[in-house]
Design a binder for this molecule. Structure first.
Ligand code: BGC
Length: 360
């Protein structure tokens, strides 16, 4: 009995020791990852890709989602700094709202990686990992050019569109909108493309927090204010799949897609979410832009690992992204336009979405 007790005590002591050793080691290799919200498919994929990739390399990961609430996000970053994380990976909600937290991180010598969304107006951002947001915007423009056959349009019968932009506090919205509008400009100049509402300014067409319901309301208002009689909407510039789907809903509600002479407008999008791929296959949403979160996750994991090994990352773009305080060295990945034609090749065959997820 005594002997058994001793063995048990020794085992308990050993396991406490290993536990301590493990948590000590984990703390030394703890990486903080902050994502904006769990309510959007893409950020769940992002968080999972970064966490799993880092864990495979033996890092401990504290992954937090901020529910699109800025106060929650600032608190989470403060907590992670207190916990002693070695690197912070942050996808912000409002890119300009975290300056105090970034200053605290710098004081603790914690490198900060801005994930997908650039952290603005702060010198305390070390790296930026994202897609080439201006090019992504260009692809949004290309989608409309192809889908609306703008090269064949004439000024006698201009193609009619309305414009939507992303959240004004997200720097990506600037690149997306500028990229798209630069592609569309020649068609506006030739007057083969028109916006009946006259709402063109990014500040006016922006959608705070990428809120699809807000965009739907705006679309409903536009339709009732500017589309009476025989004015038919042909296309919508959309920067985000849920906005594409909600604005299409607004159109359907007033007869688009079910009335002769009123086909559903051509709408692009971004993120290649399951619901949009289904809609594309059903012939409703015309296209989307796929930004493979697995690639972004892997690039981030490798950057974190390089920093943790005390090395300087190579191959950074040191020209494109000025955050208002400094140029932030950036790693910019490529994105892909997805239409009905390449869903199989670029979405299913690559395993981005499975046939089961797509209900096929
Ligand atoms: C991302 C997009 C995403 C949007 C809404 C942007 O910063 O780059 O991929 O659709 O935020 O979450």
């Amino acid at each position: 009995m005594r002997c058994r007790q001793r063995i048990l005590m020794a085992a308990a002591f050993l396991s406490a020791l290993t536990g301590l050793a493990f948590s000590g080691e984990a703390r030394g290799r703890l990486i903080g990852v902050i994502m904006p919200t769990r309510s959007e498919e893409r950020w769940i994929k992002d968080g999972t890709a970064v966490k799993e990739g880092l864990e495979k390399l033996g890092y401990a990961v504290d992954l937090q989602y901020s529910d699109d609430d800025i106060a929650t996000q600032t608190r989470q970053i403060d907590d992670l700094i207190t916990k002693g994380v070695k690197v912070l990976v942050i996808a912000s909600i409002d890119g300009s709202a975290l300056s105090n937290q970034l200053e605290n991180a710098a004081a603790e010598k914690i490198p900060v990686i801005a994930y997908d969304r650039l952290l603005m107006q702060s010198p305390n951002v070390d790296y930026y990992v994202s897609f080439d947001n201006y090019k992504v915007g260009g692809q949004m423009g290309d989608i409309l050019i192809a889908g609306l056959k703008l090269d064949r349009a004439t000024a006698a019968k201009p193609v009619i569109i309305e414009l939507f932009a992303g959240s004004p506090d997200d720097n990506n919205s600037v690149g997306f909108y500028q990229g798209a509008m630069d592609k569309l400009k020649p068609y506006f100049d030739k007057k083969v493309l028109a916006v009946p509402s006259g709402q063109i300014d990014r500040a006016v067409v922006g959608t705070l927090r990428w809120d699809a319901a807000e965009a739907q309301k705006r679309m409903e208002n536009l339709l009732s204010a500017h589309y009476s009689g025989d004015v038919v909407l042909n296309g919508i510039l959309s920067p985000y799949d849920p906005i594409s789907l909600s604005t299409l809903e607004a159109c359907k509600a007033v007869g688009y897609g079910s009335t002769p002479g009123k086909p559903l407008p051509v709408v692009g999008g971004q993120d290649c979410i399951v619901a949009s791929v289904k809609s594309i296959l059903a012939g409703e949403q015309y296209a989307t832009v796929l930004k493979d979160t697995r690639t972004l996750g892997a690039a981030t994991v490798s950057l974190v690992d390089t920093l943790m090994r005390g090395k300087t990352p190579a191959g950074m773009d040191t020209a494109s992204y000025h955050n208002g305080a400094k140029i932030v060295p950036s790693l910019l990945l490529d994105s892909v336009i997805v239409t009905k034609e390449n869903v199989q090749k670029d979405v299913i065959d690559t395993g981005y979405h499975t046939v089961e997820e797509l209900g096929l």
